[in-house]
Design a protein around this ligand. Sequence first.
Ligand SMILES: Nc1nc2c(ncn2[C@@H]2O[C@H](COP(=O)(O)OP(=O)(O)OP(=O)(O)O)[C@@H](O)[C@H]2O)c(=O)[nH]1
Ligand code: SF4
Ligand SMILES: [Mg+2]
Length: 395
Amino acid sequence: MNSTPHANRIHIAIFGKRNAGKSSLLNALTGQEVAIVSPVKGTTTDPVRKAMELLPLGPVLFIDTAGLDDEQELGQLRVQKSLQVLQSTDFALYVRDINEPEDEFYDLAKLNFKKFNVPYLTVINKIDTVSAESLEKMKEKEKTAFFVSSTADTHMAELKEELVKRIEDKKAEIPLVGDLLPYNSKVILVVPIDSEAPKGRIILPQVQLIRDCLDNGLKSYVVRDTELASALADMPDVDLVVTDSQAFKKVNQIVPPQIKLTSFSILLSRVKGDISVFLAGIKAIANLPEGAKILMAESCTHNHTHEDIGRVKIPRGLNKFTGKKFTYEFTTGKDFPTDLQGYDLVIHCASCMLNRKSMESRIKICQENNVPITNYGMLLAHLTGILDRAVEILR
Ligand SMILES: Nc1nc2c(ncn2[C@@H]2O[C@H](COP(=O)(O)OP(=O)(O)OP(=O)(O)O)[C@@H](O)[C@H]2O)c(=O)[nH]1
Ligand code: SF4
Ligand SMILES: [Mg+2]
């Protein structure tokens, strides 16, 4: 049961002031005496880890930490260690003692949760020690908190249920880039402003990437392809360059090999699709026979610039690249055929208008029909010969 490596487990860490009942909560959640509990403040000095299955979520790693209010010399080192745990935390529980309504360390923790984009739940503990009336008053005041008694095992099953629900909700939202780079990294976004760029705005994947950088504390700099070399000269220590797929070739020549490079659509492929399936789709191209039938699928009908990529650029580029002549058919909008008999490959758009579930369903249909599938971004990178570089950030 505990054979899953720690790195593959969802890390749930418990924070709070000394004596709030963090270790008691860990023991109650795991149903075992994992951490030492005592009325002496500062009992837990180093993080205590316990691997278990949290059903129906799967393998998790609970981590109990030292109190954040330890102000002695050694205590400061412990606090630092606790905050370090935060950097690998997928979900945090902040434990408060119901008898201590003021907790200045709560604000410090919230600041750090925000900084490292860690979702959290506040747990107010020791409800067995107050009257029903005070409990109600406190519930009125702390509407988003969860109220438990770790030692009396009150509401522990409900807390586990809530934890599972929150983590599952969070898992459903895969960040575009936020989990691929450490906090504070520098990202340059290359947005060519040519005749194909929409007037007065930037397109959705670009907006989404900027927002994702903001959410995750990554510093994003937006430039045109024409200013990229100058931006790199200003900022040689940039961690990642993300470009529009169409400018891949040019941008690839400008960005030095030590800097990672990818495209908006490749980042989107991970969120809206499955990178390994799309890479297998690219591999399948080498075995396509002359005259193979390829389905070009676009998720919306109203973007004529994409039409140009799907209807003209990719068919022309792919025929030239392989030296073969393929037959291309097109589907747009919500109609994706469930019967793919006769097709040898599906090439899908970046599906920015489609939710993850719809794209997963389309991938499933392809797999059921034994038809490989890839997408525009991957294919354009492949045709330019830089796919390996473009997916390196995702490995
Ligand atoms: N009555 C009551 N006592 C509790 C509860 N939870 C914890 N305690 C008591 O509070 C004291 C501190 O509990 P711990 O679990 O050791 O607290 P901690 O947050 O891990 O403390 P440190 O390791 O010192 O930071 C112990 O005496 C526990 O028995 C609870 O729900 N109700
Ligand atoms: S859904 Fe597809 S076709 Fe429509 S704008 Fe997004 S990538 Fe282009
Ligand atoms: Mg403890």
